[in-house]
Design a binder for this molecule. Sequence first.
Ligand code: URA
Length: 238
Amino acid sequence: MIRIDKFLGNMGIGTRTEVQRMIRRGEVLVNGQAVRLPKEKIAEETDIVTVNGAPVAYRRHIYLMMNKPAGYVTATVDNLYPTVIELLDDPIVASKVMPAGRLDVDTEGFVFLTSDGALNHFVTGPKNHIRKTYYAEVEGVLGESDREAFESGIQLDDGYVTKPGKLEITKSAEISKCFVTISEGKFHQVKRMFLSLGKKVVYLKRIRMGNLDLDPRLEPGESRELTEDELALIKEER
Ligand code: URA
C-alpha cells in the first residue's frame, strides 16, 4: 500500500504539490471513486487510478532526472565525495536507483537514475549511441576549425579517435561558450576533446540526453520522476 499522492508523484504525474491539488479538486479517482485526501492509501498494483479520466499505469521501476550540482559523484558509494544518491530525499527511492553513466565531480546537469537495470545498460551502452549534449565554457577563442574538428572526430591523448561530434559556438572570446553533442562517453571525453584542440574546459553542464532536455525548473540537487513520454525521448536516436 502507498499514499495516493506519493503514487502519482512516482508515476510522473506531477510534483507532490501539484498532485495534491489534483486530488483536492476531485480529479483523481480510485476504482471509480474520487479520493479527497492525499494521504489515502491505495494498492498500487491492483487499484485502478485515473486522473481527469486518463488511467495511470502502474510502473514497477523508478526513472528520475536529476540536476547534479558540482561536488557530487555519479556513483552509489564513494569515500571522498558525497554521491548523487545522497541528494534523494526518499530513502526507498535512494535504495533502488542507480545513476546511468557518469558525470565528473565538477560537471553539473542531467543525470538519469533508474532502478531498471536493463534500461541503465541500454542508455550507457556505447553501441546504442544515445546522444548527450553539454553546455561548455572554454578558455580561448573557438572557430570554424574547432567546429570542423568535432565534426570529423578528434584524437585524444591516448590515441583514440572519437566518433564525430557537434560543436555549436554561441560566443567566441577569451572565455568561449558553446554546446557540444557526443554519442560516446569516454572518460573526461568533452574535456579531453577540447584539450586536444589546445583549449581548457572551465565549466561543463549536461543539458540533454537523447531528445530529452534537462527540466530548467530543477534547481541543482533536485530531481523528479520522468513521464512515459520523456522516457521515450531519452531513448530516441534522432
Ligand atoms: N565529458 C567530460 O569531460 N566530463 C563529463 O563529466 C562529461 C563528459
